[in-house]
Design a protein around this ligand. Structure first.
Ligand SMILES: C[C@@]1(CC(=O)O)C2=NC(=C\c3[nH]c(c(CCC(=O)O)c3CC(=O)O)Cc3[nH]c(c(CC(=O)O)c3CCC(=O)O)/C=C3\N/C(=C\2)[C@@H](CCC(=O)O)[C@]3(C)CC(=O)O)/[C@H]1CCC(=O)O
Ligand SMILES: NC(=O)c1ccc[n+]([C@@H]2O[C@H](COP(=O)([O-])OP(=O)(O)OC[C@H]3O[C@@H](n4cnc5c(N)ncnc54)[C@H](O)[C@@H]3O)[C@@H](O)[C@H]2O)c1
Length: 243
């Protein structure tokens, strides 16, 4: 078992409009490209045309506004202006050379299949709308990460993504109605949201309409009460799938 000092920091890294370099165009690179595209990054792919995986080629062809492609091997100048580097090449020496150049430039780098060269590892990922789950075995057993991911996927309530979307909208509307960071209003907002999320089933939250949100805010927030699903005429949900 990993001791505390071996553990990784798990964060949700914001890549929107950051510039990511992907070195390599094979199967692994195609997965990396998908993950960073979902995160809103601008991408440069450097890999000879003859080694391109069809999915990598498809990403390059279908996302020309976000992906710049160079049909050649890596050169050190490729690191200029980048925020984040991913290598997925079948050449261990070239990978380590890229990793050490990144380290000298303090550029975060992942080298597929070479944990000692990585600043961060990829993990097995689940996305359901805004819900993001990453399973990491800290490099110990990637296949087990894959197996545990499948089990977790089966246990996620079926409407979790929609419920989070609706709660996100409600929070935005509440913050617009009762603005301000921290302080008394922040504490009141947090307690009201937490009580509401606890009182409602995930399926019920997922079905919230804009009109019901209006009533929650005007008849609930303004009077410092949390309306129940019954108060708003929502059919009680059967207990959520996770139970
Ligand atoms: C999670 C996932 C994400 C992704 O890559 O997107 C991922 N590997 C996946 C699958 C997978 N990889 C391998 C197998 C074959 C079976 C096996 O070896 O177990 C399978 C299973 C399969 O293919 O089903 C081979 C392998 N992987 C690494 C090494 C090198 C080494 O360990 O030294 C070797 C060669 C070992 C050898 O030669 O013997 C290393 C890494 N792989 C990582 C991530 C990082 C740590 C993840 C963690 O902490 O859990 C890390 C450290 C580096 C990195 O960030 O790339 C993805 C599953 C996604 C999914 O399906 O949900
Ligand atoms: N972490 C993981 O989950 C995982 C899983 C499988 C494989 N791997 C490893 O990841 C690496 C890539 O795997 P793959 O299946 O995508 O390999 P691949 O052979 O399909 O692709 C390698 C790619 O790298 C390109 N390339 C080689 N040298 C290059 C250079 N100097 N500059 C630019 N591009 C270069 C090739 O043209 C090709 O596009 C391998 O080392 C493999 O062992 C990691």
């Amino acid at each position: 078992m990993a001791s505390d000092s071996d553990a990784s920091l798990l964060v949700a890294w914001q890549l929107k409009n950051k510039h990511v370099l992907v070195v390599g165009g094979g199967d692994v690179a195609s997965g990396r490209i998908h993950h960073v595209l979902v995160a809103g990054a601008k991408i440069t792919v450097v890999a000879p045309q003859d080694g391109l995986h069809p999915v990598t080629k498809w990403h390059i062809d279908t996302t020309p506004d976000r992906i710049t492609y160079y049909d050649r091997v890596f050169t050190p100048a490729d690191l200029d202006g980048k925020d984040f580097v991913l290598t997925a090449i079948d050449d261990a020496d070239a990978s380590r050379d890229i990793a050490s150049r990144c380290r000298a430039l303090k550029l975060p780098v992942n080298v597929a299949d070479d944990p000692p060269s990585c600043d961060f590892f990829f993990g097995s990922q689940i996305r359901k709308g805004p819900l993001q789950i990453l399973i990491s075995t800290n490099g110990r057993g990637p296949k087990l990460a894959n197996i545990i991911r499948r089990r977790i996927e089966e246990s996620i309530p079926s409407h979790a993504g929609e419920a989070i979307e609706r709660v996100g909208t409600l929070r935005e509307r509440l913050k617009a109605r009762a603005p301000g960071v921290g302080g008394e209003v922040g504490r009141r907002r947090m307690k009201w949201m937490a009580d509401l999320c606890t009182a409602w089933e995930i399926e019920e939250l997922a079905s919230l309409t804009d009109e019901q949100m209006d009533r929650m805010l005007t008849e609930g927030w303004e009077k410092d009460v949390v309306l129940s699903p019954q108060d708003l005429g929502v059919q009680p949900a059967a207990h959520s799938d996770s139970e």
